[in-house]
Design a protein around this ligand. Structure first.
Ligand SMILES: [Zn+2]
Length: 115
């Protein structure tokens, strides 16, 4: 193994310097190339917003809005369905947090629980 090869191998094992952030306007992960938010990004977001899950939804709602605009501008024919886009950005945290459960909790009981 040459020095060059060793450096390349070491780089592959080195801690990530590039985080799993969105690359606009494609809305793909800068690191792994998956549609953003990728699995690693979701884990990071859940950890980052653990104490303020409502803020996570507000952030992702803004991302959803921007992504629809960006993707539609790039190619109006492949934006996908509104339901798929909603689930990609806002459906997954609803399954992972206790603060936002449309199907099991009414707005009034959320209000009561948070006061
Ligand atoms: Zn990623």
């Amino acid at each position: 193994m040459t020095g060059q090869q060793r450096r390349l191998a070491a780089n592959r094992l080195a801690p990530a310097e590039v985080e799993h952030l969105s690359m606009r306007p494609l809305w793909l992960c800068r690191r792994c190339g998956q549609p953003w938010p990728c699995g690693a990004a979701k884990l990071a977001l859940l950890a980052e917003y653990r104490e303020v899950p409502v803020s996570l939804f507000l952030y992702l709602a803004g991302c959803l809005h921007d992504a629809i605009d960006d993707l539609h501008r790039l190619n109006p024919s492949v934006t996908g369905s509104a339901g798929d886009m909603f689930d990609r950005f806002l459906g997954w945290p609803a399954r992972h947090t206790h603060a936002y459960r449309v199907s099991t909790t009414t707005a009034a009981s959320i209000e009561e629980a948070s006061s």
